[in-house]
Design a binder for this molecule. Structure first.
Ligand SMILES: Nc1ncnc2c1ncn2[C@@H]1O[C@H](COP(=O)(O)OP(=O)(O)O)[C@@H](O)[C@H]1O
Ligand SMILES: [Mg+2]
Length: 505
């Protein structure tokens, strides 16, 4: 019933109401005044339109539209009258559109009764604002409506940050107080049947549009409820776009394409927000249309284009602590579903064992992502996930299992200038004694930084002409493409030899 965002025109994104509620809470509306250019209450519609169309030119963090203090005063009056009039529990029973209609009717009536002087445009804005507050996510609405934001981070009522283009900005979005923020958090998590309060202060949830939400509340979060939203991107990036961004070179794209096509088992490794899921999504584009694919995710993010896909999602325990379905349950189950490829959104725990088993037992071309900062660390993380899963296997056996299953590690990284790069394509060769041997075939070198702090670097192959998956590539008729891509991305030093040596590690 909170599916409100679709009805909000992005350009017309309303300002949060918090100021009004601040005033209601007895606080001076000084924050509002600080960024509200005085504007006549009866602003003609043309003005409102101009303000809206001027919005894109404003800095990314500028979310609220300047409003006059009168506006907030009027809103407080109307809002309080509305709360006195309506029965919120009855309202909750209506569907979103009906509830909005209901509020509209009552608000129009209140405006008439109270003799408030307002233009039609102002009245529309006020209605939208109040609806967002009562039905939607209040001050978060304008942020949720924007497609350019990838993350929203609210640290208590007075601090809200967003990530745009890899950079974090503080916004001018404010909540009236921590209890308003907590109410909104509660509203979000209650949609997936969960509850967040002092007794259970940590909660994961999902917005109706697929965005992932985490809430951690006091007393664990010391400075107030802390809300993190990873916004769902409707249009996932493609590998071609990654090339345009410089995340990978055209030759690198070719290598990834071949890896995807010739059914290598791939683990995508990287830090939080480094672009792992995006990359996984890109790699799945090279899967043949007739393959049966099963995806397992904590919350469905992948957007596979193939016709024959089964999507599975884990489930957290309910309020009584029952009914949990873990990633391990899903991966184990999907082995019985006759998949040709298994895709695990994020490997975090003992399901690593099952994924490796799958990779080992005829589900070539399976893929997953894993949180780690280098290909080497990726291997040791896999190992420790299996150890901690309570499988009593000697570590040599675990390592052999890893090297026997994983063919390629693709490392993604978010660099200090906010850009995302694919920094390694690394092969898992095998074991030398107790040690796993890795071989980089394609890497990213950071060369320097330009005047604006942007990182300058280059992608290159490491001079390996015949990677371990060469035979596989041959089998799929891709060996010539592979040879060309590798040769074309070689960087020669003055003596004409390859830079950086063999990449053996
Ligand atoms: N190469 C890239 N260039 C620019 N933005 C990217 C790139 N890869 C991912 N992103 C964006 O970064 C955000 C995080 O990406 P995601 O794949 O979810 O990261 P992870 O799974 O590693 O946490 C998303 O908003 C995504 O659109
Ligand atoms: Mg991810």
């Amino acid at each position: 019933m909170f599916g409100k965002r679709s009805t909000i025109d992005q350009q017309e994104a309303p300002a949060p109401v918090s100021q009004q509620q601040k005033a209601a809470a007895g606080e001076p509306a000084s924050t509002a005044a600080a960024y509200a250019k005085p504007e006549p209450v009866e602003a003609p519609k043309a003005n409102a339109g101009a303000a809206a169309s001027a919005q894109p030119a404003e800095p990314a963090a500028r979310v609220t539209r300047p409003r006059s203090e009168e506006y907030y005063d009027v809103k407080t009056t109307v809002f309080n009258a509305l709360i006195d009039t309506i029965d919120l529990t009855q309202l909750a029973k209506l569907d979103a559109d009906a509830a909005r209609e209901e509020i509209r009717d009552i608000v129009s009536e209140i405006i008439a009764i109270k003799n408030v002087v307002m233009s039609i445009a102002e009245q529309e804005e006020l209605l939208e604002d109040i609806c967002n507050d009562v039905l939607g996510y209040g001050p978060l609405e304008p942020l949720l409506a924007r497609d350019d934001i990838s993350d929203i981070m609210v640290n208590g009522a007075d601090k809200c940050f967003i990530e745009v283009d890899g950079k974090i900005h503080e916004t001018d979005v404010r909540f009236a107080d921590n209890s308003q923020l907590m109410n909104i958090c509660q509203r979000i998590v209650s949609q997936v049947g969960r509850r967040v309060d002092e007794a259970s202060p940590i909660c994961d949830a999902r917005l109706p549009d697929g965005s992932r939400v985490n809430v951690i509340a006091p007393p664990l979060a010391i400075d107030g409820p802390t809300l993190t939203i990873r916004k769902f991107k409707k249009d996932k990036l493609t590998l071609d776009q990654l090339v345009n961004f410089g995340s990978i070179s055209p030759e690198g794209r070719e290598i990834l394409k071949i890896i995807g096509k010739c059914r290598c088992n791939v683990v995508i490794s990287g830090g939080t927000g480094s672009g792992k899921t995006t990359l996984l999504n890109c790699l799945t584009a090279f899967i043949e249309l007739d393959e049966r694919i099963v995806t397992c995710e904590d919350s469905a993010e992948l957007q596979l284009q193939q016709p024959h896909v089964v999507r599975l999602e884990t489930r957290p325990p309910n309020l009584e602590g029952e009914g949990e379905v873990t990633m391990r349950d899903l991966v184990k189950n999907c082995l019985r579903m006759r998949p040709e490829r298994i895709i695990v959104g994020e490997v975090r725990g003992p399901e690593a064992f099952d994924l490796l088993q799958a990779m080992n037992t005829g589900h070539d071309g399976s893929m997953g992502t894993l949180h780690s900062n280098s290909p080497r660390e990726c291997i040791s993380r896999l190992e420790s996930m299996i150890m901690m899963g309570g499988f009593s296997l000697p570590s040599k056996t675990i390592r052999e299992m890893i090297t026997g299953s994983v063919d390629i590690i693709v490392q993604a990284a978010r660099l200090r200038d906010g850009s995302r790069r694919i920094t390694h394509i690394t092969e898992v060769l095998g074991m030398e004694g107790e040690v796993t041997t890795l071989q980089d075939i394609f890497v990213y070198d950071i060369i320097g930084e330009d005047d604006n702090g942007k990182i300058i670097g280059r992608h290159r192959s490491t001079g390996i002409a015949r990677p371990r998956f060469w035979e596989r590539a041959q089998y799929y008729g891709e060996e010539q493409n592979l040879a060309n891509a590798l040769a074309a991305s070689e960087v020669k030093d003055e003596q004409g030899g390859p830079v950086g040596g063999s990449g053996r590690g």
